[in-house]
Design a protein around this ligand. Structure first.
Ligand code: FE2
Length: 172
Protein backbone atom coordinates (compact mmCIF):
# COMPACT_ATOMS: atom_id res chain seq x y z
CA UNK A 1 0.00 0.00 0.00
CA UNK A 2 1.26 3.43 -0.93
CA UNK A 3 1.07 5.62 2.15
CA UNK A 4 1.34 8.77 -0.01
CA UNK A 5 -1.89 8.11 -1.87
CA UNK A 6 -5.38 6.88 -1.28
CA UNK A 7 -5.36 5.22 -4.69
CA UNK A 8 -5.69 1.45 -4.51
CA UNK A 9 -6.31 -1.15 -7.16
CA UNK A 10 -9.55 -3.04 -6.62
CA UNK A 11 -10.19 -6.31 -8.39
CA UNK A 12 -7.88 -8.19 -10.72
CA UNK A 13 -5.46 -5.89 -12.55
CA UNK A 14 -4.97 -8.59 -15.19
CA UNK A 15 -8.58 -8.07 -16.22
CA UNK A 16 -7.80 -4.58 -17.50
CA UNK A 17 -5.20 -5.23 -20.21
CA UNK A 18 -6.56 -2.30 -22.22
CA UNK A 19 -5.09 -0.04 -19.52
CA UNK A 20 -1.65 -1.64 -19.54
CA UNK A 21 0.81 -0.25 -22.07
CA UNK A 22 3.43 -2.51 -23.54
CA UNK A 23 7.00 -1.43 -22.79
CA UNK A 24 8.34 0.85 -25.49
CA UNK A 25 11.12 -0.53 -27.65
CA UNK A 26 12.79 2.86 -27.88
CA UNK A 27 13.10 5.74 -25.43
CA UNK A 28 10.90 8.75 -26.03
CA UNK A 29 11.26 10.95 -22.95
CA UNK A 30 14.17 12.60 -21.19
CA UNK A 31 13.86 10.11 -18.35
CA UNK A 32 13.86 7.19 -20.79
CA UNK A 33 16.93 8.47 -22.63
CA UNK A 34 18.74 8.93 -19.33
CA UNK A 35 17.60 5.45 -18.33
CA UNK A 36 18.90 3.96 -21.57
CA UNK A 37 22.28 5.56 -20.89
CA UNK A 38 22.33 4.13 -17.36
CA UNK A 39 21.45 0.67 -18.67
CA UNK A 40 24.32 0.77 -21.16
CA UNK A 41 26.68 2.17 -18.51
CA UNK A 42 25.83 -0.67 -16.16
CA UNK A 43 26.41 -3.38 -18.78
CA UNK A 44 30.09 -3.03 -19.63
CA UNK A 45 29.91 -6.01 -21.99
CA UNK A 46 28.05 -3.74 -24.43
CA UNK A 47 30.90 -1.28 -24.83
CA UNK A 48 34.16 -1.98 -23.01
CA UNK A 49 35.60 -4.11 -25.83
CA UNK A 50 34.89 -1.33 -28.33
CA UNK A 51 36.84 1.41 -26.57
CA UNK A 52 40.02 2.61 -28.23
CA UNK A 53 42.39 5.24 -26.91
CA UNK A 54 43.92 7.43 -29.58
CA UNK A 55 46.50 9.99 -28.58
CA UNK A 56 46.11 11.88 -31.86
CA UNK A 57 42.38 12.54 -31.71
CA UNK A 58 39.41 11.83 -29.56
CA UNK A 59 38.09 8.44 -30.61
CA UNK A 60 34.38 7.87 -31.14
CA UNK A 61 32.15 5.00 -32.18
CA UNK A 62 28.42 4.96 -32.94
CA UNK A 63 27.13 2.33 -30.59
CA UNK A 64 23.54 2.22 -31.74
CA UNK A 65 20.80 4.16 -33.45
CA UNK A 66 17.05 4.29 -33.04
CA UNK A 67 14.16 6.34 -34.35
CA UNK A 68 15.47 9.89 -34.22
CA UNK A 69 18.39 9.24 -31.89
CA UNK A 70 22.02 8.12 -31.88
CA UNK A 71 24.22 6.68 -29.15
CA UNK A 72 27.96 7.40 -29.31
CA UNK A 73 30.85 6.03 -27.32
CA UNK A 74 33.84 8.34 -26.88
CA UNK A 75 37.27 7.96 -25.32
CA UNK A 76 39.46 10.71 -23.92
CA UNK A 77 43.13 10.35 -23.13
CA UNK A 78 44.56 12.83 -20.62
CA UNK A 79 44.60 16.31 -22.08
CA UNK A 80 42.01 15.72 -24.79
CA UNK A 81 39.01 18.06 -24.94
CA UNK A 82 36.16 19.06 -27.19
CA UNK A 83 36.51 22.82 -27.26
CA UNK A 84 33.54 25.03 -26.53
CA UNK A 85 30.60 24.00 -28.68
CA UNK A 86 26.88 23.46 -28.80
CA UNK A 87 24.85 20.75 -30.49
CA UNK A 88 22.69 22.66 -32.95
CA UNK A 89 19.09 21.45 -32.76
CA UNK A 90 19.99 18.30 -30.82
CA UNK A 91 19.36 17.68 -27.17
CA UNK A 92 21.46 15.12 -25.40
CA UNK A 93 22.43 13.00 -22.46
CA UNK A 94 26.10 12.80 -21.50
CA UNK A 95 27.08 9.94 -19.18
CA UNK A 96 30.59 9.29 -17.90
CA UNK A 97 31.38 5.57 -18.04
CA UNK A 98 35.00 5.54 -16.82
CA UNK A 99 37.34 8.14 -15.41
CA UNK A 100 36.52 11.80 -14.81
CA UNK A 101 35.70 14.57 -17.27
CA UNK A 102 35.55 18.29 -16.58
CA UNK A 103 32.72 20.34 -18.05
CA UNK A 104 33.20 24.07 -18.46
CA UNK A 105 30.30 26.38 -19.25
CA UNK A 106 29.66 30.10 -18.94
CA UNK A 107 28.24 29.34 -15.49
CA UNK A 108 31.20 27.45 -14.09
CA UNK A 109 33.19 24.25 -14.01
CA UNK A 110 32.16 20.84 -12.72
CA UNK A 111 33.84 17.47 -12.45
CA UNK A 112 31.85 14.59 -13.93
CA UNK A 113 32.92 11.30 -12.42
CA UNK A 114 31.94 7.82 -13.59
CA UNK A 115 28.18 7.54 -13.35
CA UNK A 116 27.56 11.27 -13.64
CA UNK A 117 24.96 12.35 -16.17
CA UNK A 118 24.23 15.69 -17.81
CA UNK A 119 21.06 16.29 -19.79
CA UNK A 120 21.16 19.28 -22.09
CA UNK A 121 18.74 21.12 -24.34
CA UNK A 122 19.37 22.37 -27.87
CA UNK A 123 21.77 25.29 -27.88
CA UNK A 124 23.49 24.34 -24.61
CA UNK A 125 27.18 25.21 -24.89
CA UNK A 126 30.00 23.52 -23.04
CA UNK A 127 33.64 22.54 -23.25
CA UNK A 128 34.42 19.04 -22.02
CA UNK A 129 37.93 17.81 -21.36
CA UNK A 130 39.90 15.18 -19.59
CA UNK A 131 42.24 17.11 -17.32
CA UNK A 132 43.14 14.10 -15.21
CA UNK A 133 46.06 11.70 -15.58
CA UNK A 134 43.84 8.73 -16.44
CA UNK A 135 41.85 7.99 -19.62
CA UNK A 136 38.10 8.48 -19.61
CA UNK A 137 35.15 6.99 -21.50
CA UNK A 138 31.77 8.60 -22.03
CA UNK A 139 28.43 7.84 -23.64
CA UNK A 140 26.42 10.41 -25.58
CA UNK A 141 22.84 10.16 -26.73
CA UNK A 142 21.62 12.82 -29.17
CA UNK A 143 18.04 13.49 -30.15
CA UNK A 144 17.75 14.17 -32.97
CA UNK A 145 21.05 12.73 -34.15
CA UNK A 146 23.88 15.24 -34.19
CA UNK A 147 24.04 17.07 -37.50
CA UNK A 148 25.61 20.35 -36.39
CA UNK A 149 28.18 21.10 -33.75
CA UNK A 150 28.88 24.83 -33.86
CA UNK A 151 32.18 25.69 -32.23
CA UNK A 152 32.34 28.80 -30.04
CA UNK A 153 35.06 31.24 -29.26
CA UNK A 154 36.94 30.09 -26.16
CA UNK A 155 37.55 33.73 -25.27
CA UNK A 156 33.92 34.63 -24.96
CA UNK A 157 32.01 33.40 -21.94
CA UNK A 158 28.79 34.32 -23.69
CA UNK A 159 29.69 31.56 -26.15
CA UNK A 160 28.98 33.05 -29.55
CA UNK A 161 29.17 30.45 -32.33
CA UNK A 162 32.03 31.05 -34.73
CA UNK A 163 31.16 28.43 -37.31
CA UNK A 164 28.83 25.55 -37.99
CA UNK A 165 29.70 22.10 -39.24
CA UNK A 166 27.34 19.92 -41.20
CA UNK A 167 27.37 16.24 -40.36
CA UNK A 168 29.59 16.83 -37.38
CA UNK A 169 31.23 13.98 -35.57
CA UNK A 170 30.28 14.07 -31.92
CA UNK A 171 32.40 16.27 -29.71
CA UNK A 172 30.39 15.44 -26.66
FE1 FE2 B 1 28.79 18.51 -26.26
Amino acid sequence: MNSDSDLQIAGDILEVPHLLQAPREHPATVAEFAGLAREIAADRSQWVHLVRYDATTRWYHRLRTGPGYEVWLLSWVPGQGSGLHDHGPSSGVLTVLDGTLTERTARGTRALRAGAQRVFAPGYAHDVLNDTLEPAVSLHIYYPGLTRMPMHSQQCSAAVPRDAEAGAAPAV
